[in-house]
Design a protein around this ligand. Structure first.
Ligand code: C2O
Ligand code: CU
Ligand code: CU
Length: 484
């Protein structure tokens, strides 16, 4: 097992603290009367097998209502329910089709974040579903076991729709993941954890009205939802429990740490397993990023095991509690190795493209000086090519274009592929970022080089900052994969 390198962590921490001080909000919760609830587990979505062996799933996006606080109803959105959506679980090589019905009053789309799917099934801004219409995504699963997720991606309204509850997990299994000796019973010792910071107003309603400073610096909240519940608890046995963590916030960066547990090991990043479990004490997740961890509760004192989430808005949440029973888990030790990762050699790359992320005038968020245009293809990539993408956060130093000091983190997500990080400011990535990634957090002034093979399908895909208010305000571009 490796130890997490602390240099990057330290600079990240300093970043968080500086931002916390800069952007400190009044984060006093409006309510003290939380519903003390067991952690809700999104149900696994059933499917029908069609005659040709396709797994057919159905999702319905609709309006709903949830009591996040005792006696107060909040208007929400959800898939097949009031808030969030069911977990879709598929296997490598599966032929999958997912029918999506839009019962909202607004157009939506549904995007499979992290998945290698044909462009017309990607669910990006070009695959809008009008109210009372349906749409079907069809694809074969041809990537390794990973925790992916799905969410709306309609142009300029992604932030709003995700905020009100539209999101769910998409889990891929394969033979290699089956062979690992790690907890894999969904909802029992293999637990999905969707973390979302939200702002509730005095009436207990979601308040989503980002103004210009919120757009630029982040739409911070006053509560942290865990699978749609406030400060829930989960019963765990003595031994290892696996958690699949997703930061489902719009723009809040989370710094996670476990208290009262023996140890925590990261086993997977966005697109699949690490090569070996990595002992760590803190996890930094930007919106859209996932990690899987094994948490060791062997010696936990039942009253004190908890997950703490700090934010770059200055909040510190007691996110959830773990009630450790007397039952002994059959998983007592972490495996020595997980899944090998073959580095993509730099010499294989045909070219390097450069992407500069920067805040512009009037809350317009720019990539290479441009905001997103639906009818403009920004980059053309040849199917099968290997490329290096160099991504730079230009909101790092000196005077920003807004006239003040800009010190704003961004992130970068590429559709259709998983990539490897070659270097960060010229240094090799720390072990927690050495696996397959589809979304990276880029601190002010930092530069990443990532490498990937564009082996997906011909068609138009997106790349963007995954801080949703940035994405909705222009920090997105389109690349077309061109086949021959
Ligand atoms: Cu999770 Cu283009 O997004
Ligand atoms: Cu995506
Ligand atoms: Cu951004």
């Amino acid at each position: 097992m490796k130890k997490s390198s602390s240099t990057i962590l330290l600079s990240n921490l300093t970043g968080l603290i500086t931002l916390g001080v800069l952007l400190l909000l009044n984060n006093l919760p409006v309510y003290s009367q939380e519903v003390s609830t067991r952690l809700p587990i999104p149900p696994l979505l059933d499917y029908e097998l069609s005659r040709d062996g396709t797994k057919v799933f159905e999702l319905v996006a609709d309006e709903g209502e949830v009591q996040f606080f005792n006696g107060v109803s909040t208007k929400t959105l959800g898939y097949n329910g009031n808030y969030l959506g069911p977990t879709i679980r598929v296997r490598r090589d599966d032929q999958v089709s997912i029918d999506v019905e839009n019962r909202l009053s607004k157009p939506t789309t549904i995007h499979w974040h992290g998945a290698d799917v044909p462009a017309e099934s990607d669910g990006g801004p070009h695959q809008g579903i009008r109210p009372r219409r349906s749409w079907t995504a069809s694809f074969q699963v041809r990537q390794q076991a990973a925790t992916l997720w799905y969410h709306p991606h309609f142009i300029e309204t992604t932030g709003q729709q995700v905020y009100e509850g539209l999101a769910g997990l998409l889990i891929i299994d394969d033979d290699d993941s089956d062979a690992l000796m790690i907890p894999d019973e969904y909802g029992v010792n293999d637990i999905p954890i969707i973390l979302q910071e939200r702002r509730f107003n005095q009436d207990g309603l979601f308040q989503y009205r980002p103004r210009m400073p919120d757009v630029v610096h982040g739409y911070f909240g006053n509560e942290l939802l865990v699978n749609g519940a406030i400060k829930p608890y989960l019963e765990v046995s003595r031994g290892l429990t696996r958690l699949r963590l997703l930061n489902g916030s719009n723009s809040t960066l989370l710094q996670l740490r476990f208290e009262g547990v023996e140890s925590v090991y990261q086993i997977a990043s966005d697109g699949g397993y690490l090569e070996e479990p990595l002992a760590l004490s803190r996890i930094i997740l930007s919106p859209g990023e996932r990690v899987e961890v094994l948490v060791d509760f062997r010696t936990s004192d039942s009253e004190n095991a908890r997950l703490i989430a700090g934010t770059n808005g200055g909040a510190n949440y007691n996110a959830m509690e773990f009630r450790v029973g007397t039952q002994i888990s059959e998983y007592q030790s972490v495996p020595d190795t997980l899944i090998p990762i073959k580095p993509i050699p730099e010499s294989e790359a045909q070219l390097t493209r450069r992407f500069e992320l920067q805040s512009g005038m009037g809350g317009r968020m720019l990539i290479n000086g441009k905001t997103m245009k639906m009818n403009r293809i920004d980059e053309r990539v040849r199917l099968g090519d290997t490329e290096i993408w160099q991504i730079i956060n230009r909101d790092g130093s000196g005077m920003g274009m807004m006239g003040g000091m800009m010190n704003q983190p961004h992130s970068f997500h590429i559709h259709a592929v998983q990539f490897q990080i070659l270097d960060i400011n010229g240094e090799p990535p720390p072990p927690e970022l050495s696996g397959w990634k589809d979304t990276i957090l880029i601190w002010p002034g930092d530069q990443f080089r990532v490498i990937t093979r564009f082996q997906s399908y011909p068609g138009v895909y997106m790349y963007h900052c995954h801080l949703l208010e940035h994405e909705d305000n222009g920090m997105m571009g389109q690349f077309e994969i061109e086949g021959d």
